[in-house]
Design a protein around this ligand. Structure first.
Ligand SMILES: Nc1ncnc2c1ncn2[C@@H]1O[C@H](COP(=O)(O)OP(=O)(O)OP(=O)(O)O)[C@@H](O)[C@H]1O
Ligand SMILES: [Mg+2]
Length: 271
């Protein structure tokens, strides 16, 4: 279980994330929405350790991980998608996943779980690598050199590496941004399939409301760095705070012809 308690960061006089307290349970996908500059990416940066908080804490399974750096948090199970710097562009898809599986097992050995004797077995490494490639539907690309892959496949591979690293929390910040019409459904399907695993906690920052409606079990809304709504997707989308602040609908005008049509995105049309 992931939890933030009064998580806060100030940039000079500007409070970009303001005392956000929230619990994210395994087996749920929480969408984080809010207008541009609301603090969504900054909140992710604080959770993943890219930024150090000015106040408050990040807890994972009851342990305060606030003082850990990015790699220690990754080892603890926090997986921030599309921030990985450990794709090896000149190696194959298979080799990239196998190295991540191997590194994870070796890391466990170092931490004293004594699995090294089992996982040093090449056959077991290959088997686990095959399983992960099947999960992300990349078996047919396993021999491709990573540098030659289209953008969408590279992103799928990054998710495969998070699975190999045994991440329990998957954080996606606008996962389809910059993707072609063909590529976007592929990554959304992958997020959909991760949702089937009750041990995974998924956080998704997304402006496209059709995607949020379909995937989210819960929506939280950030506005000026603060958490202003949290709950069931239908209720949050219908709440006055979302209708008024992000969709430009004045509740008093809601029945009038003059009311602006609700836009299907929460950022005024930018994608
Ligand atoms: N490193 C930084 N230094 C100073 N200000 C920052 C820094 N990072 C973010 N901010 C500010 O914090 C606020 C929140 O930015 P953030 O990128 O988290 O918003 P966001 O909700 O992700 O927006 P978008 O939907 O456009 O991605 C903004 O006002 C931004 O300018
Ligand atoms: Mg952002």
């Amino acid at each position: 279980m992931l939890q933030t308690k009064d998580l806060t960061i100030r940039f000079g006089g500007h409070v970009a994330v303001n005392a956000v307290s929230c619990v994210f349970a395994p087996g749920t996908l929480t969408a984080i929405v809010g207008p541009n500059g609301a603090g969504k990416t900054t909140y992710f940066n604080l959770i993943s350790g890219q930024l150090k908080a000015s106040g408050g804490s990040v807890m994972l399974d009851g342990h305060d991980i606030s003082s850990l750096g990015v790699s220690a948090r990754t080892r603890a199970g926090l997986g921030r998608a599309f921030q990985l710097t450990n794709l090896f562009p000149n190696l194959s898809v298979f080799e990239n996943v196998r190295l991540a599986v191997q590194a994870t097992r070796r890391g466990k050995h170092r931490r004293g779980l004594n699995l090294w004797s089992i996982w040093s077995d090449h056959g077991a490494l290959v088997q686990r690598t095959d399983e992960i490639l099947a999960t992300v539907a990349m078996q047919d690309k396993q021999d491709a050199v990573v540098a030659s892959l289209p953008h969408g496949d590279q992103r799928k591979l990054e998710v495969a590496l998070l699975i190999a690293l045994e991440s329990r929390v998957f954080m996606f910040d606008e996962p389809t941004a910059g993707m072609s019409v063909d590529e976007a459904p592929v990554i959304l399907n992958l997020i959909r399939s991760l949702k089937n695993d009750p041990t995974k906690t998924i956080l998704l920052v997304e402006h496209k409301m059709d995607v949020v409606r379909e995937l989210a079990d819960r929506i939280i809304v950030l506005h000026n760095g603060a958490l202003v709504a949290d709950g069931d997707p239908a209720e949050v989308i219908a709440s006055p705070v979302v209708q008024q602040a992000y969709l430009g609908v004045n509740p008093e005008d809601a029945d009038s012809d003059a009311a602006p049509a609700a836009a299907p995105v929460l950022n005024g049309g930018r994608t």
